[in-house]
Design a protein around this ligand. Structure first.
Ligand SMILES: [Zn+2]
Length: 482
């Protein structure tokens, strides 16, 4: 594929500036912007201001927005309020003749400590074998910096930035984006002129093939509470006389899913979008190796041995997982206790077009019925703890066709079109507030260890990813329709 001359120049510039980009990422990783631990909140602030400075250098008009406070518990009975990390808004260009894209990234990171099993200091970027190790290198500081690099490349070569860009960088993503949705709803003025959205979080499916993500599953998380006594009981003294809560709970949990992974709740699949032949075809060429997947899972046998079945069952069909039992004895040893109260936790990953409320009703009605057949006098209640909707984007939208072409320019190959079995809540937030097409455009590779020890980004991904973003805005600007 012939790369346009303008992009060829930009790509060359990007290749030459590798060391500058690595230096920039080094600075960013050095700030331990852990949002989940209140003691680090100042560092998250510092990270937001660091990014603001970088944007200002590029001529971006910035605004650091206070989004309120958060209550955190200090001891069992005490709590205190601390400020949420601010949201950084930025606007580059305001030309009504150009399209306006919204770029989202997050500046906070997961906790990390050498003692957790890191080979090197997590907040010091280390270069080794073409990889850059450090917390946030891939999730999500590297991709945020790739955006800075892409814009800078245009400017340094005196090329006009072909689109208007609005930036939203948040600092609470790793804690569930607390405060972001409310803030965005209040600041709909900022979102008004946006034509489409690009989220550069998430990673490729594997390690070799670039991907575009067009779908995510949602979640319905449930708890089943059963109480049989006012206190824990000794099984030697009371076993044989009591309707035990734990047995009741195991009975209910066992009625949820069979050994083949089939969810036993009637009508649960009713609203699942049927697969089309065309859709199944898109799975055929996806770069995914069952053997490697098994190795990553660490098991000999999976529910499905076929690639397409594994992918469809983790991406586009619901699944039910049992997560734990609160109140149950779980330590080493053999305690002969009859727990007075147990709470079973399970969740269903839901898919288009399942609705969380409808799924919750089906599940609760089903368990209530099962409970009646148990004829237990114990206190029982199933409830929905939280839920999120699934997300499916339209891949025929120019936002995706531009990203496909940009991938071809940067990587000389077409990207795999994939979904993810998990959730990125902000995706849905943007789609619902703005009703504009949302693209999830990953920069990092599937083995980057985001959230885990030894997180890294490949230098190649940082460089090619920067080219990808530069090419993406070029392609967006080439689109005629609005
Ligand atoms: Zn992330």
């Amino acid at each position: 594929m012939e790369v346009p001359v303008l992009l060829q120049n930009i790509f060359q510039y990007i290749d030459k500036n590798e060391q500058v980009y690595i230096q920039c990422l080094t600075e960013a990783v050095k700030i331990p912007s852990v949002s989940g631990i209140p003691n680090y909140r100042e560092d998250v602030f510092r990270m937001v201001y660091w990014m603001e400075e970088k944007l200002k250098v590029l001529g971006v008009i910035t605004e650091v927005c206070d989004i309120g406070t958060q209550v955190i518990s200090t001891t069992e009975n005490n709590s205190t309020k601390i400020a949420l990390a601010p949201v950084l808004l930025g606007q580059l260009g305001n030309d009504p003749k150009k399209k306006t894209i919204l770029v989202y990234g997050h500046l906070d990171v997961q906790p990390a400590a050498k003692e957790d099993g890191w080979d090197t200091e997590p907040f010091k970027l280390i270069q080794k074998n073409g990889k850059l190790y450090g917390r946030g290198a891939s999730d999500d500081k590297g991709p945020c910096i790739a955006w800075l690099n892409a814009v800078e490349a245009y400017q340094k070569l005196n090329h006009e930035i072909p689109v208007n860009i609005k930036f939203i960088f948040e600092g609470m993503e790793e804690c569930g984006s607390v405060g972001l949705e409310g803030f965005l709803k209040k600041r709909s003025d900022f979102l008004e002129s946006v034509n489409c959205v690009c989220i550069s979080d998430a990673r490729w499916l594997g390690t070799k093939t670039p991907c575009l993500i067009y779908g995510l599953r949602g979640t319905c998380y449930f708890s089943i509470e059963i109480e049989c006594a006012s206190k824990d009981l000794h099984s030697g003294t009371f076993g044989g006389s009591v309707f035990e809560a734990m047995s009741d709970l195991v009975f209910l949990l066992d009625s949820l899913v069979d050994s083949s992974g089939k969810i036993l709740v009637p009508d649960i699949l009713e609203d699942v979008l049927p697969t089309t032949c065309e859709e199944l075809k898109t799975y055929e060429n996806i770069d995914f190796c069952v053997k490697e997947f098994k190795k990553a899972v660490g098991c000999e046998q999976l529910l499905h041995e076929d690639k397409i079945k594994i992918l469809t069952n983790t991406w586009r069909y619901p699944s039910l997982s049992i997560h734990g039992i609160e109140g149950a004895f779980s330590d080493h040893g053999s305690k002969t206790v009859i727990p007075k109260k147990v709470i079973g936790k399970f969740s269903i990953r839901i898919v288009p077009n399942q609705d969380p409320e409808k799924i919750a009703k089906l599940v609760i009605d089903y368990l209530d019925k099962k409970w009646k057949t148990r004829k237990s006098p114990n206190n029982y209640k199933t409830s929905l703890t939280f839920s999120s909707k699934p997300w499916l984007s339209s891949v025929s939208h120019y936002n995706y066709t531009a990203a496909i072409k940009a991938t071809e320019f940067a990587y000389n190959r077409k990207p795999d079109m994939i979904r993810i079995g998990g959730s990125i809540p902000v995706t849905l937030t943007f789609q619902e507030i703005m009703d504009k097409n949302v693209l999830v455009l990953p920069i990092g590779a599937g083995d980057d260890n985001a959230h885990s020890q030894n997180e890294k980004i490949n230098i190649a991904n940082l460089i090619q990813g920067t080219k990808l973003l530069a090419a993406y805005i070029f392609e967006i600007s080439c689109v005629k329709e609005h």
